[in-house]
Design a protein around this ligand. Structure first.
Ligand SMILES: Nc1ncnc2c1ncn2[C@@H]1O[C@H](COP(=O)(O)OP(=O)(O)O)[C@@H](O)[C@H]1O
Ligand SMILES: [Mg+2]
Length: 323
C-alpha cells in the first residue's frame, strides 16, 4: 500500500564555520531517515534537542530541500509538486505561535491567509471560513479582530492550528506544538489536536522532545538520535518494550523527578555528542550502558521485524548454524 507520506533515505547537511579563519565543516543534521506514515496515523518523533527533528519537519513541509533522498505524498515526489498544491495537502503547526503569527494582522486575516494564497472564494467567504475554523478550535468570533498580542499562549496556538486547518490539509506537521505552553494548557491543545484529527481525518507527524506528550497522541513513535532513527514501533509496544538502549534511557528519564535534565538516570551522562564530530560506529555507544566492543567500530543497520525497527547490535540477527 502507498503510504500517505513517506521519506526515503532523507539526508540534510549544513555547511558550518566555527570561526572566521576556521575551515568550513559539514554537519549532518538528518542522516538517512526512512519513514512511512499511513493515512490517519500519528507518527510521533522524539529525541533530544539537536537530533534533527526540526530539520526533518522542514523537509516534510517542503521548506528545506533535502541534500539527498526524497519525500513522497501518495507516491508523488514533493520536489515535483507546485508549492500551492503542497500547501493544500501539508500544513505546519510550530512551537512558538508568537513568532509565526504576524503581530500586526487581525486573527481572522491570519487564519484566512492560506485561503488568500490559493485564492479560494471571495474575501468575505474567506473571512467567514476563518471565523468558522476559529470557533472549531475554541475561539469565539469576538477574537476575529484581535491581534496576536492580545491573546494568551494557548489561544495563539489555537490560532496557529486554525490557520493550518482552514485549507483542509491531509497532513499536519506539528513541531513541538505544546512545548512553549504551561502544562495545563498543553493537555488542552493535545486533546484539541486529537479531536480535530478524528473530525477532519487528519494524519499527523508530531514532533516533541517530551515522551509523555508523544505517548498521549501518537499511534507510532520514531526515536531519533543524531540524525537517524534509532527505533520505531507502535506507541504501546514502544512504551511497554523499548528495545534500543537509548529509548530505554529516555523512558527512564521520564520516570525520574528531574525530567527535562536530559537523561540523567542511567549513568549515561548529560552530554549530547557534537554533531560535527559524531562518535564512530553506533553514535550512541559512548552513552550506552549495554555497549559491546564492536559498537564503536560498526554502525548497526536498522533491522525491521514484526515489532518494528531498531538500529542496535543487541538485535543483530545471529547466523543460523547448520549441523
Ligand atoms: N540552518 C542551519 N545551519 C546550520 N546548522 C543547522 C541549521 N539548522 C539546524 N542545524 C543543526 O542541525 C542539527 C539538528 O538541528 P534541529 O533539526 O533543529 O534539531 P532538533 O529540532 O531536534 O533540536 C543541530 O546540530 C543544529 O545545530
Ligand atoms: Mg527543533
Amino acid at each position: 500500500m502507498t503510504a500517505l507520506i513517506e521519506a526515503l533515505d532523507l539526508h540534510r547537511t549544513f555547511t558550518v564555520s566555527s570561526g572566521l579563519f576556521k575551515p568550513k565543516q559539514t554537519l549532518h543534521a538528518v542522516n538517512g531517515v526512512d519513514l512511512r506514515v499511513e493515512r490517519g496515523e500519528v507518527m510521533g518523533i522524539v529525541g533530544e534537542s539537536g537530533c534533527g527533528k526540526s530539520t526533518l519537519a522542514k523537509m516534510l513541509l517542503g521548506l528545506t530541500p533535502p541534500s539527498r533522498g526524497s519525500i513522497l505524498i501518495d507516491g508523488q515526489d514533493i520536489g515535483s509538486m507546485d508549492r500551492r498544491e503542497l500547501a493544500r495537502r501539508v500544513q505546519p503547526v510550530f512551537q512558538d505561535p508568537y513568532s509565526s503569527l504576524n503581530p500586526r494582522r487581525s486573527i481572522a486575516s491570519i487564519v484566512a491567509f492560506p485561503l488568500d494564497i490559493v485564492g479560494l472564494g471571495s474575501k468575505q467567504d474567506r473571512r467567514n471560513k476563518a471565523i468558522e475554523m476559529l470557533e472549531r478550535v475554541g475561539l469565539p468570533p469576538r477574537f476575529a479582530d484581535s491581534t496576536p498580542g492580545q491573546l494568551s499562549g494557548g489561544q495563539r496556538q489555537r490560532v496557529a492550528i486554525a490557520r493550518a486547518l482552514v485549507i483542509q490539509p491531509e497532513i499536519v506537521i506539528c513541531d513541538e506544538p505544546t512545548s512553549a505552553l504551561d502544562v495545563s494548557v498543553q493537555a488542552q491543545i493535545l486533546n484539541l489536536l486529537l479531536d480535530l484529527r478524528q473530525e477532519f481525518n487528519l494524519t499527523y507527524v508530531f514532533i516533541s522532545h517530551n515522551l509523555a506528550v508523544v505517548e498521549h497522541i501518537a499511534t507510532h513513535v520514531a526515536v531519533m538520535y543524531l540524525g537517524r532513527v534509532a527505533e520505531l514501533a507502535q506507541t504501546t509496544a514502544l512504551f511497554k518494550h523499548p528495545r534500543h538502549p537509548y529509548t530505554q534511557a529516555l523512558l527512564a528519564s521520564v520516570l525520574t523527578p528531574e525530567t527535562g535534565l536530559g537523561i540523567p538516570d542511567m549513568g549515561l551522562g548529560l552530554s549530547f555528542p557534537d554533531p560535527l564530530h559524531p562518535p564512530s560506529g553506533c553514535t550512541f555507544h559512548p552513552r550506552c550502558q549495554q555497549r559491546m566492543t564492536h559498537c564503536s567500530l560498526q554502525r548497526p543497520a536498522l533491522i525491521q521485524d514484526e515489532q518494528g525497527e531498531v538500529a542496535c547490535h543487541l538485535y543483530r540477527k545471529t547466523e543460523q548454524h547448520v549441523d
